[in-house]
Design a protein around this ligand. Structure first.
Ligand code: HEC
Ligand code: HEC
Length: 152
């Protein structure tokens, strides 16, 4: 319950005030880091991770699917289920919103620090006002920071 509240609070903070994405709200990155670890630890036990990674659902669809996985036997408590939903939703939002002008290969071919991803996502959001809520932007920036990190 505490982790759910934290995840909600981090996204709520990120959602306050439009220019938040360029500041890459640290609470969101921290929450997504935990979410990715829970997802990778719990969701590849009975089938491959590509099973969820190949699906596109909205929030209600992911909540329902992850609840069903819990019924199937996945070892994720309520807080962890909320984190898995947040992670998969950020991925799907990225896929839905960032292919509007160019292919996803453009962001997927890049490597950046969290700060740089925050700035890039904000710059892209500014190209088409209304495309992304600041919650969307913060989730996408954190997702890309974790899956396309700066090269060492
Ligand atoms: C204990 C075994 C088990 C674990 C762990 C598990 N799953 Fe599943 N998963 C299943 C089974 C069985 C099915 C096929 C039946 C079904 O859809 O309920 C499935 C199917 C799926 C599907 C396809 C459903 C569809 O609508 O096409 C998705 C997506 C999925 N799992 C996501 C996840 C996620 C996300 C997690 C981590 C929270 C997870 N699974 C963990 C057993 C598991
Ligand atoms: C309204 C159109 C539009 C949308 C929507 C859009 N982009 Fe872009 N993107 C562009 C254009 C135009 C360029 C090339 C010029 C530039 O870099 O500003 C570009 C370039 C890029 C680059 C290469 C340049 C760099 O800074 O690394 C990346 C990465 C990128 N986009 C990521 C994204 C992501 C992530 C999203 C979703 C949040 C997104 N784009 C959504 C128009 C868009």
């Amino acid at each position: 319950v505490v982790a759910v509240a934290l995840a909600g609070a981090a996204l709520a903070v990120a959602g306050r005030g439009a220019p938040a994405a360029s500041q890459q709200a640290p609470g969101v990155l921290e929450m997504m880091t935990k979410a990715k670890a829970v997802f990778e630890g719990a969701c590849g036990v009975c089938h491959g991770l590509e099973r969820p990674l190949s699906k596109t659902f909205d929030r209600a669809g992911w909540v329902q699917t992850v609840e069903r996985m819990h019924d199937n036997g996945a070892e994720v408590d309520a807080a962890q289920r909320e984190l898995v939903v947040a992670y998969l939703l950020a991925k799907n939002t990225f896929e839905a919103k960032c292919a509007a002008c160019h292919g996803l290969d453009r962001p997927l071919g890049a490597s950046k620090t969290p700060e740089e991803w925050g700035a890039t996502v904000q710059r892209m959001a500014d190209k088409r006002p209304g495309l992304l809520t600041s919650t969307d932007a913060a989730g996408i920036a954190a997702y890309l920071a974790l899956t396309r990190p700066a090269r060492q």
